[in-house]
Design a protein around this ligand. Structure first.
Ligand code: SF4
Length: 362
């Protein structure tokens, strides 16, 4: 019998971002100041979209899956003729084979049958819905202007049209606790999105949330709480086969300057902190299952590219392990034979392979 082994190379993504700050959005969610988050103050024109696409395409030298992505604002809240004007340069690039997909973000209640029909005509492939929470109390307190049913309706319409659909979730909004978050994750799983994006709430200046915070009426998650909740969400979604394409806001000059973030768990490497916490949970799960509290030496192999995540920032994972379990030494060793996101732990002459699926409690 001849066995054929097929190696599939996964082409890396290249996103051409087009930011449309608050353009088209008829609402004012309490956490939103799109100008501060995107760094854009002025509307974008179709000519600018075309110029951005040409400039970025000219700079790509490697084989990439290229997407034009309209971020910020609520794209489908714009009048249809303006949507089509802005989309035209992207649709032309898609039809000529110069890009592979068009992505945009919008509000769930700005997805209707006719809107989806138009997106289909414009050959939009991916829609990200700003959902934030599926708890109606949290949505109400955040002045979202829609409820969780609107999310379910939007997902159904997009899926029926064959448009890939992602949910953007925001743990840490007013009124949310662990129970509410678990409910949101469960409901989101039932909607079967193609992917999710997780970005914990931060207090941006010029927002209603900033006023609430200044009056003492809102307390954001600490960085550690946000990391723990995001790690929980990532683990649960991935176990259900739902990709988590990002955790944490995209770092930008506006956010990193410190002038625009009043409080909350913003960190330029938030995603790395979440992955690092997941490694910590893998190690603690094993140590507790094997009752290794009095062990004096652990030897842990990891993939070279996971080195900083396994250690944690400033070696925090190692010091927490030693402190929590009275372990005298934890030796790490980079080994390209170890699968990424896994660990090989050696202890008393035996080897154990650790992965995310072994984590029982978070
Ligand atoms: S719907 Fe989106 S763009 Fe509009 S205010 Fe809310 S978060 Fe901002």
């Amino acid at each position: 019998m001849v066995v054929f082994v097929i190696f599939r190379s996964v082409m890396k993504h290249y996103i051409i971002p087009v930011f449309i700050p608050h353009l088209g959005c008829p609402h004012q969610c309490i956490f939103c100041n799109q100008n501060k988050i995107t760094g854009r103050q002025t509307p974008v024109t179709a000519e600018q979209v075309a110029a951005i696409i040409e400039e970025r395409l000219a700079a790509i030298t490697q084989n990439r899956r290229i997407e034009v992505a309209f971020y910020g604002g609520s794209f489908t809240a714009l009048p249809e003729d303006i949507q089509n004007e802005l989309l035209t340069p992207a649709t032309q690039a898609l039809r000529s084979g110069r890009i592979h997909a068009i992505r945009l973000s919008t509000r769930p209640d700005c997805i209707t049958g006719p809107i989806v029909d138009n997106l289909t005509k414009q050959e939009v492939n991916i829609v990200e819905l700003g959902v934030q929470s599926l708890d109606d109390n949290v949505l109400g307190r955040s002045a979202r202007g829609h409820n969780s049913q609107a999310v379910a309706d939007a997902v159904r319409l997009l899926k029926m049209a064959g448009i890939s659909c992602g949910l953007q979730l925001m743990p840490g909004l007013p009124g949310e606790d662990w129970l509410s978050l678990i409910g949101t994750v469960r409901q989101a799983i039932l909607l079967k999105p193609d992917f999710v994006r997780i970005y914990p709430a931060v207090v941006i200046t010029g927002t209603v949330l900033a006023e609430l915070y200044s009056r003492g009426d809102y307390c954001p998650l600490s960085l550690a709480q946000a990391v723990a909740r995001s790690a929980y969400m990532k683990l649960v979604f991935e176990r259900q086969g739902i990709a988590v394409i990002r955790t944490g806001l995209q770092a930008s000059e506006e956010l990193d300057s410190g002038e625009n973030v009043l409080a909350g768990p913003y960190h330029p490497a938030f995603g790395e902190l979440v992955d690092s916490h997941i490694f910590y949970l893998m190690m603690t799960t094993f140590i507790e299952q094997a009752a290794l509290h009095h062990t004096t030496c652990l030897f842990i192999r990891h993939h070279p590219q996971d080195c900083s995540k396994v250690r944690g920032q400033h070696n925090i994972n190692l010091s927490r392990l030693k402190h929590r379990y009275s372990l005298l030494t934890v030796n790490l060793h980079a080994d390209s034979a170890v699968t990424r996101s896994s660990l090989v732990l050696e202890y008393q002459g035996s080897r154990y392979i650790l992965n995310k699926n072994m984590i029982k409690s978070i």
